[in-house]
Design a protein around this ligand. Structure first.
Ligand code: ZN
Ligand code: ZN
Length: 144
């Protein structure tokens, strides 16, 4: 009995079918891993061409990418930037004390740090009024 005969004894049609199925599944997984790496690196703002080439190394490439990929999705990062801008705008809405630069809120009548008068108080409703306002926008009381 030579080697070819032993081989043929093992490679029954069932075994051949099984091996073919395994090869197909592994091949499909390999292709999916490449597509995933390219798509994911693109979404994360990384270079999809470089990572695509690396992912061509079967499975090791995709594994290396999953270890080294940037931790955040690009859309998440955009959202964070937007969040930051919104917070800054929120701060801008208030302002600073003209004398000491301390951040003050819209309704502050005096600077909490240096005591400078920032706004006048409406005699009727108590809202903070800018010094140049002629009339209280909250209750229509004329400012003297
Ligand atoms: Zn101040
Ligand atoms: Zn008022």
């Amino acid at each position: 009995m030579d080697l070819a005969e032993v081989f043929n004894m093992f490679l029954t049609p069932e075994v051949k079918k099984f091996i073919t199925a395994v090869v197909i599944v592994v091949g499909v997984l390999y292709l999916i891993s490449i597509v995933w790496v390219i798509r994911d690196s693109y979404l994360r703002g990384s270079n999809p061409i470089v990572w695509g080439v690396i992912s061509l190394v079967p499975f090791l490439g995709a594994f290396a990418y999953s270890m080294l990929r940037p931790p955040m999705l690009l859309s998440d990062r955009d959202e964070q930037d937007l969040d930051f801008t919104l917070k800054q705008r929120e701060l801008m809405k208030y302002g600073e004390c003209g004398k000491c630069g301390y951040p003050v809120e819209r309704e502050y009548l005096v600077c909490p740090k240096c005591g400078t008068q920032l706004k006048n108080e409406c005699k009727t409703c108590g809202h903070a009024l800018n010094p140049d306002w002629k009339i209280c926008p909250f209750c229509c009381t004329k400012v003297r």
